[in-house]
Design a protein around this ligand. Structure first.
Ligand code: PLP
Length: 393
């Protein structure tokens, strides 16, 4: 008999009823160290007092009005995102995939607005993940997500990761832009080299294309800058964000330059819930934390600590760990054993991690993680590796 909840997830047999900072607790009171952060979502940790206060204060005022009226919370959050980025304008969504949908529609509309509706195709990269809607599975290009759901949405041309010549060859009279994650998350924690992103910017400029970044996972401080592309010196025309900006409340956004957003006039796009008062109250509270003086410097320092400790772990467990990759607090352990085995062994040590493609285990702790939490997590990983080695012996 089918389960009451549609069985589309392979869930671990554990549930959590409470969280505090980097730790979560089962109904029986057992403590787990959360180095998954709900897939890079709980950027400020669980039950951050400032976020709890912002949400509960807003809950006592008004929850929802719709986008038919002025939205002061959206205006404030949009203004702050604009001040801290390349963007001139923001559309709020409830999820990452919807932020991508808006970004894809905007890139197409830009060219239609300028008299070129035939330019609707986006170049994407192997290993990409952009969400689970019909357009975003087509953009991601992974057969396992596409098969069985009818004709693939037209308009996405995938090229190998890091292959600049293939990008140039893929450009046709129908190309609208290039869509890329600055750090591939689901694809296996693969950072895109800065020079590659700069080259893509140049290609876009030379060919009248739009550069669309998917910073749903890499954004909002995850790499130690507000957004990952800020390490490279280039800016996109359009950017999708979500996950960390809501700290656990569902909110996403599409950020764009005025030029790129030119065709998105009244009636061209919409969302019932997108950026409702609860969502933007929390989003603003997240920015209070993440954009506070010195916070991102702290993320960079702690990321270095994590990287160094993981490098040592790799040296100590050569039969388990092939490589350490990633950037900032977005690290991946490329495994020699099945990644699911390392994840399960880590879970036995009460450490939450996230799987990724290419046999990688992801470590995505809340950005407020401390050096002591990092030592604790790496000790648990060490014990998990030892348990796997003992089993194999
Ligand atoms: N883009 C990237 C890079 C992601 O990592 C994800 C989710 O994991 C998405 C898009 C889709 O976001 P959501 O699951 O909120 O729709």
């Amino acid at each position: 008999m089918i389960s009451p909840v549609l069985p589309t997830y392979a869930r671990a047999k554990v549930s959590f009823e409470r969280g505090e900072g980097v730790r979560v607790f089962t109904p029986e009171g057992e403590e787990y160290l959360d180095f998954g952060a709900g897939v890079a979502v709980t950027s400020c940790g669980h039950a951050h007092p400032h976020l709890v206060k912002a949400l509960t204060e807003q809950a006592h005022k008004i929850w929802h009005t719709s986008n038919l009226y002025q939205m002061p919370g959206q205006e404030k959050l949009a203004g702050r995102l604009i001040d801290a980025t390349f963007a001139d304008t923001v559309f709020f969504t409830n999820s990452g995939a919807e932020a991508l949908e808006c970004s894809i529609k905007m890139a197409r509309k830009y060219h239609a607005f300028h008299g070129h509706p035939e330019k609707f195709r986006l170049i994407t990269f192997e290993g990409a993940f952009h969400g689970r809607t019909l357009a975003t599975i087509a953009a991601g290009g992974q057969a396992k997500y596409i098969e069985g759901f009818g004709p693939k949405v037209e308009g996405f041309d995938q090229v190998p990761f890091g292959d600049l010549e293939a990008v140039k060859k893929a450009i046709t009279a129908e190309t609208a832009g290039i869509l890329i994650e600055p750090v591939q998350g689901e694809g296996g924690m693969r950072p895109v080299p800065a020079e590659f992103l700069r080259a893509l910017r140049q290609i876009c400029d030379d060919n009248g294309l739009l550069l669309v970044l998917d910073e749903v996972q890499s954004g909002v401080g995850r790499t130690g800058k507000f957004f990952a592309h800020q390490w490279t010196g280039i800016t996109p025309d359009i950017m999708a964000i979500a996950k960390g900006i809501g700290g656990g409340f569902p909110v996403g956004a599409c950020l764009a330059t005025e030029k790129a957003a030119a065709g998105m006039t009244a009636g061209t796009h919409g969302s019932t819930f997108g950026g409702n008062p609860l969502a933007t109250a929390v989003g603003n509270a997240v920015l209070d934390v993440v954009l506070a003086d010195g916070f991102l410097d702290g993320v960079q320092q702690r990321a270095l600590t994590l990287k160094q400790k993981l490098a040592r772990l790799k040296d100590e467990h050569p039969a388990i760990i092939e490589d350490i990759r990633g950037t900032g607090l977005m690290m991946g352990i490329k495994c020699k054993v099945p990644n699911t085995a390392l994840q399960a062994a880590a879970l036995d040590q009460h450490l939450l991690t996230i799987g990724a493609g290419d046999n990688v285990v992801r470590l995505l702790p809340p950005l407020v993680v401390t050096d002591a939490d990092i030592s604790d997590a790496v000790d648990r990983l060490d014990r998990a590796c030892r348990a796997l080695e003992a089993k194999a012996a």
